[in-house]
Design a protein around this ligand. Structure first.
Ligand code: ATP
Length: 447
């Protein structure tokens, strides 16, 4: 057991369990330049831990690890488990993420059992991805979805779905060997094997799996040797009908530095985009995550978070964590006022991120227009639709009222803005291209 785990164990014995759960368990420890760095999810936690527990942590770390500087900062380790036990893999370090499994059990330890289809909230943005992951889990190796590639922006649930598929495979057929690796872990295990001249054993471990899950393959870009090894691994698995599930932060053809032959292999199976969730899905995710944590969150608060935090579910979850931690700590009930107050800076930052001018410029660029075209009185269809999209986006992404939005669009009446919002909403139910434009623009504006 590493020094930080021992330290936590001791603190658990000394402090109320709630305190440890809320403030200390979320810290992630990693050695750096001879010091132990504790990463906290946000500044609020840093402040609280520093004030209350830091001295005691210092004493305990010194006790278990000998003299050592401990520092505390906002940040995080890679969220997922360390590389499985490649023959050349080393034992877990003190900095390994909490969810790490036993290094000697590559097929048991590296899949996070928490993430399932049951706790994945379905919405328009991820419906296809969810269905595809479910199919891959129910019929692994089937050519229609092998490989399955889930792609899309950060924090949108790709890894969650990947874990869910792996977990379902294992619960359906106990003993199924599912191996999950982040791409950088594949890379490091391969480098170690190369250094130790152990490539045969490196390759052999993949032959024994029923399904291989590789996360964030954009990381392979520009790494020729890794791509070559992955390419061979891929072919061997594919030929023997083992299921491959991959994620990427964009459509692989758009990733520069990925070899054409690999791109073409990836296109053999099924590729599905995961888009940012819409408002209703975001609100549902907040409620569902709160229920998982046993926290009582009124719907208005879920709506507030969903309205303000649009681009990334991980950030949404971070805001919820801050809120529940603060409520636990202060003993206060979570109300809209409490949420506004606690998350004031965060919400303001989100707010500032999008201005009307920014939206107008982004929409104009997207459709190859000038902002002055959007503001003009001309009503040709090629201008009217982008203009309506821009108005509807402004309503969705800012706090401005309909009259204010009308003013910003060259003094139009608020009923025109309302009509635009309704029109876009209605059309996006049936018009796939418009829906795609909308999702892309939301993503651009939320970056
Ligand atoms: N639809 C959803 N329902 C429930 N939880 C979700 C949903 N979408 C995302 N999440 C949660 O958001 C967090 C981030 O998701 P995940 O790590 O799967 O994102 P990702 O798309 O793999 O991001 P990255 O590309 O940065 O690795 C996880 O805690 C996940 O459970």
């Amino acid at each position: 057991m590493d020094a930080w785990s021992r330290c936590l164990e001791r603190l658990e014995a000394e402090l109320p369990v709630e305190d440890v759960h809320t403030w200390l368990r979320p810290l992630q420890a990693s050695p750096r330049d001879g010091a132990l760095v504790l990463y906290a999810p946000n500044a609020f936690v840093v402040e609280h831990v520093r004030e209350r527990y830091f001295d005691r942590i210092g004493e305990l770390v010194a006790h278990f690890a000998g003299p050592c500087t401990v520092s505390l900062e906002v940040g995080s380790l890679p969220r997922r488990p360390a590389a499985p036990a490649a023959p050349a893999a080393s034992a877990p370090s003190a900095g390994a993420p909490q969810r790490q499994g036993a290094a000697s059990e590559p097929f048991d330890g590296n899949l996070d059992s928490h993430y399932t289809f049951d706790n994945f909230v379905e919405g328009r943005s991820n419906q296809l991805g969810r269905a595809a992951a479910m199919q891959a889990a129910l019929k692994p190796g089937d050519r229609g979805h092998n490989p399955l590639l889930l792609y899309g922006g950060t924090g949108l649930g790709k890894t969650h779905l990947m874990f869910a598929a792996g977990n379902l495979m294992r619960s359906n057929v106990p003993g199924t060997r599912v191996m999950y690796l982040r791409s950088d872990q594949f890379f490091s295990a391969m480098m170690r094997a190369l250094q130790e001249k152990n490539m045969d054993a490196f390759k052999r471990q993949f032959q024994r799996v029923d399904a291989l899950l590789i996360d964030d393959i954009q990381f392979f870009a520009g790494k020729d040797r890794t791509q070559e090894e992955f390419f061979h691994t891929f072919n061997a698995l594919f030929d023997s009908r083992q299921q491959i599930i991959l994620t990427c932060d964009r459509y692989p053809r758009e990733v520069e530095g990925l070899e054409p032959r690999l791109k073409s292999r990836l296109a053999w199976g099924l590729s599905v985009a995961i888009e940012p969730p819409d408002f209703e899905t975001r609100a549902q995710i907040v409620l569902s995550k709160a229920a998982e944590r046993g926290a009582r969150i009124p719907e208005e608060v879920a709506f507030l978070l969903a309205k303000k935090m649009r681009s990334n579910v991980r950030d949404l979850e971070g805001a919820l964590n801050t809120l529940t931690a603060r409520a636990n700590f202060t003993g206060k009930t979570i109300t809209t006022d409490f949420a506004q107050e606690t998350l004031r800076d965060l919400l303001r930052a989100q707010q500032h991120a999008v201005s009307i001018t920014n939206i107008q410029k982004t929409v104009a660029d997207y459709y190859g227009l000038q902002v002055k075209d959007l503001l003009s009185k001309r009503r040709t269809r090629s201008l009217a639709r982008p203009r309506q999209v821009a108005m509807a986006l402004t309503k969705e992404l800012t706090e401005h009222s309909l009259p204010e939005i009308g003013d910003a669009f060259a003094g139009r009446d608020h009923t025109t803005v309302l009509h635009a919002c309704r029109q876009i909403r209605k059309l996006s139910e049936t018009d796939g291209k418009l829906r795609e434009d909308w999702d892309k623009l939301i993503r651009k504006l939320s970056e």
